[in-house]
Design a protein around this ligand. Sequence first.
Ligand SMILES: [Zn+2]
Length: 214
Amino acid sequence: MEDLKNTHLDNFNIIIDCGHGGINSKGVYTTAPNKMHTFSDGEVIYEGVINRQIGKRVFEFLEELGYCPVYVVHPDDSRDLPLKRRVNYINSFDPKNSIGVSFHSNASPGHNARGHEIWTSVGETRSDILATYIGEEIIDEFPEIRFRPDFSDWDLDKESQFYILRKTLCPFVLLELLFFDNKKDAELLKSPNYQKRVAWRITNGIIRYLKTLR
Ligand SMILES: [Zn+2]
């Protein structure tokens, strides 16, 4: 724990972007009917709510260790900000003094896919180093869970969704943590134990990257 504490980076921005919307004061999911899933037993899961819960844990771990995380949208703010506004905000920070992580969970047409994915922009950049460290931590923590790596055979459909990766100027990765529309993955995503473990490992991956600076 001690060796993870921030000792050398003053005012370095770690931008936490929790994808999609949350539940507003009226109890309404602001991204409905998208980015949510209703299982056959009636249980409903909201991707944006899970993204906020895990992003918040990472934020808090980083803060405890003396780093400077910043939210694009605070987890208590249910708004689903358009991507362009998210990107403009992220790019308002000095790219040389910032990194960013976007929190998402995946879905598949048959609701049967499972596993973790990490995405970066096309081509080799500093983002790949950040993605590698976070990926290694996640694989080490969850060896039993399939890890779907970001290979060079880029799927164009997927890329078109990832405006945020193409437009952000600082090193930036997008995490797809499990598949929220798969029953087994959804159970994990909702569990405080999974959330804490994955958030801690993401924090460790971020810090490993930060240790390479200066
Ligand atoms: Zn998403």
